[in-house]
Design a protein around this ligand. Sequence first.
Ligand SMILES: *Cc1c(COP(=O)(O)O)cnc(C)c1O
Length: 430
Amino acid sequence: MKYFSLNHNSKSTLFHDAVKRGLAPDRGLYFPETIPQLPQSFFDNIEKMSIPEMAYRVIKPYVGNQILKEKLMEIVSETLDFDFPIIEITDNIAALELFQGPTLAFKDVGARFMARSLGHLNQGSKDKITVLVATSGDTGGAVANGFLGVEGVNVVILYPKGKVSEIQEKQLTTLGQNITALEVDGVFDDCQEMVKTAFLDTGLSSINLTSANSINVARWLPQMFYYFIAYRALKSKNKKLVFSVPSGNFGNICAGIIGQQMGLPIDHFIASTNVNDAVPRFLETGTYDPIPTIQTISNAMDVGNPSNFVRIQKIFNNDVVKMKKILSGFRYTDQQTKKALKEIYDLKSYIADPHGAVGYLGLKEYLEQQNEDFYGVFLETAHPVKFLDSVNKTLKLEVEIPERLKDTLSKEKTSIPIKDYSELKSYLLN
Ligand SMILES: *Cc1c(COP(=O)(O)O)cnc(C)c1O
């Protein structure tokens, strides 16, 4: 498989190089030259395969021969080494819990896959790699955890000061070793812009920089696994499936749509957002008009200008009509999100997190518009404990803190404050 740049001014390249670079030299996102098709027999027999076997077959064409079969199987097994429970909320609505990994967020899957792939591909190379990553909350912790102790790789995380939860901050500032956290005086989009500028900066060409945001194909593509895992579990229901994805940078939903284009039987996707609603507005008006980031209680989705939107456009060859057949979008305020948290709790005593609650709202709104009998799944992208303040206050209860998190919370924060790009650059050069 080769990857080309969506800016069309760089050469196509193979998996290893695309992962090492993150962004193409022309600053474009990499996109696979073809979307592989899985045979009908794959779906007929999906429940007979183990999850790692299934995931191996899904990801194999994207990796090509650059990682040998046994190694790739090992990487996939380790990546998916936890549960993905499906919790029924009503007769036709369920939550897919993606937060059972080490940092309690769905980003663990992409981060673990990327760390293991890059660590393996870079083995024996003299070149040290620096992974530069901007986080709106959960990416930093997942990437830090995935890459901790990986030889030959340093990780530098940029996060917006005061705009991530206490638990999120601790997860990315307490690990040490090859992980450094930079605390940026700004919002997430400032962090993301600095990362993009660093990639372009010829003054940094002595450093091998890559990204571990969902712009990196090794972080982005494995997110497809969730949808295959859910289909495998729900196939026997014999219902048409709809997925509602709480979306920020749109990597997760875009990976799901790629899975569908490979043949996975999913009827419809719903992009559920908070008031950072560039994509729902695009679906309504046909004009893409991003606005500056607005802070919300679902902070991992506080993204004004989602990076992966260009990939979604590519999937549908910029045809909005085609896109709308597969994708709908809805946006919700914090007020509505809190109401949804209560509603879900009242229905099933289920404690959702604010992101999952946004997903639930989008799903409900879509299902109410349909005359058909769908089965709807909303993704629970983070453990509610990561958003303790808003969940506890809204539901008037105390979410129990899992053991593995208590340890992280007791550790001392270490971060380096930075104000602008020049400070980032001098940090990287020293
Ligand atoms: C990152 C994140 C999202 C948004 O995912 P994208 O792939 O960026 O759209 C949603 N919920 C949580 C909890 C997240 O951490």
